[in-house]
Ligand binder design. Structure first.
Ligand SMILES: *Cc1c(COP(=O)(O)O)cnc(C)c1O
Length: 408
């Protein structure tokens, strides 16, 4: 008899985005004459830039000829890509990352989920609340939790509330975690962490031999020169932190797929006897056993993101989204909403008017303004009473959505 992994049955039904889709479709069917503007799901709207497309085409063309055709590539990624990443994404910011510590993959979603596999099944996990749902759900799937409790928390996860009171930066938890998920610039709150705040976490992890899982998917949206883009800008972080990067939001690769994860050689985990073991070795083993690499043309296209032309073009697209963010932030502030984020991240996090529940405000906005956002409570209990607007939209739609919201 095939027994299922019962951890999956613990997962709370109805992932956030399907529920949004269900409500939007029901509304659209009942009101076919209304044009709904979607500012909910965090997916990019602008195409790949010309330099990236050119390299992508060249990569495809190489696959067409015997002399340049490529079969399986290196499991960990082509050296040409790892080298350019080390130089352009890290060295240029004073963060030393060796190309040998960079693992190319097809997504940070999978990497942030799969990483738990190389740590002990008794590991205690700390996550922020609200949070990118992947961290909690994959912790549940891997059997490190009990059931969901009445307060919306899974038994066994250490939750760190992030609210306006602590400026959306969690306090050090009372109970010491083995693994700590941090995401800055943050999805969903759009807030950032300063060097001092990250240093506090690095020192804590050093003291407790914990590992920080740092998701930097939105680093390219940082405008403030004082805000770190990488956790490796913090001294000693290479001993305690894994960093996840993705070209999804940065360069419009959500449908093309390329991400990279850094596991420094100096990062140690411990066996049951307390012996230090380099974590990188385990991920290397896992990656080369379960993954066969990202396609060659995609890696060519990714390398072009880091070329001079690619950087310029990509920056222009990011500027476009960040102008959207500024428009949204200004409009909502003028209307009297409590507004956070949107300055160094493509997300704007607002308090709902009059203390309304997040889903209540979702329905109101959908029916009155035909605008779709994301209910904060979908990201965790501490997100209740908040709402997320995404700056990934066409300018026209942003402007019209902000006009319509005035009437809500
Ligand atoms: C979008 C996003 C990612 C990127 O995931 P990919 O699988 O690389 O597309 C990672 N982390 C967060 C928090 C995100 O919002």
């Amino acid at each position: 008899m095939a027994q299922i992994n019962e951890n999956y049955l613990k997962l709370a039904a109805g992932y956030l985005f399907p529920e949004i889709g269900r409500r939007v479709n029901a509304f659209a069917q009942a009101n076919p004459e209304k044009r709904v503007i979607r500012m909910g799901i965090g997916d990019v709207t602008q195409p790949l830039t010309p330099a990236v497309i050119k390299a992508f085409h060249e990569g495809v063309e190489e696959m067409a000829h015997p002399a340049t055709f490529k079969g399986y590539g290196p499991e960990l990624g082509y050296a040409f890509l790892r080298t350019v990443i080390a130089e352009k994404a890290f060295a240029s910011r004073g963060a030393h990352v060796s190309p040998d510590d960079i693992f190319i993959s097809d997504g940070s979603k999978c990497d942030t989920g799969n990483i738990q596999e190389i740590f002990g099944s008794n590991s205690r996990i700390a996550i922020c609340d609200p949070v990118y749902p992947v961290y909690a759900d994959t912790t549940v799937m891997s059997g490190k939790t009990g059931n969901m409790m009445g307060n919306g928390y899974y038994d066994g996860i250490i939750y760190m509330p992030c609210t306006a009171e602590n400026h959306f930066i969690p306090e050090l938890p009372d109970e010491v975690p083995d693994l700590i998920f941090l995401c800055y610039p943050n999805n969903p709150t759009g807030t950032v962490a300063t060097k001092d705040e990250l240093k506090k976490w690095v020192d804590y992890a050093l003291e407790h031999k914990s590992v920080i899982l740092f998701d930097a998917a939105y680093e390219a949206f940082i405008r403030d020169p004082e805000i770190p883009h990488s956790i490796y800008e913090i001294e000693n972080a290479e001993k305690v932190a894994i960093e996840f990067r993705s070209l999804s939001k940065t360069a419009g690769f959500t449908g093309t797929r390329l991400a990279y994860t850094i596991i420094p050689s100096a990062l140690m985990g411990y066996d049951s006897q307390g012996n230090a073991i380099p974590v990188k070795k385990l991920w290397d083993r896992r990656h080369s056993t379960k993954f066969n690499g990202v396609s060659y043309p995609v890696q060519k296209a990714a390398a072009a993101v880091f070329s001079e032309e690619g950087q310029k073009e990509t920056q222009a697209v990011i500027d476009y989204y960040m102008e959207n963010a500024a428009i949204i932030k200004k409009s909502l502030t003028t209307l009297g909403y409590e507004v956070y984020g949107g300055e160094n991240a493509p997300y704007i996090w607002t308090g709902t008017p009059g203390g309304m529940k997040s889903w209540e405000f979702f329905d109101l906005l959908l029916t009155r303004a035909n605008v779709v956002g994301t209910p904060g409570s979908g990201f965790g209990p501490a997100g209740e009473g908040y709402f997320r607007f995404s700056a990934f939209a066409d300018r026209e739609n942003v402007l019209e959505a902000m006009e319509r919201i005035k009437t809500v």
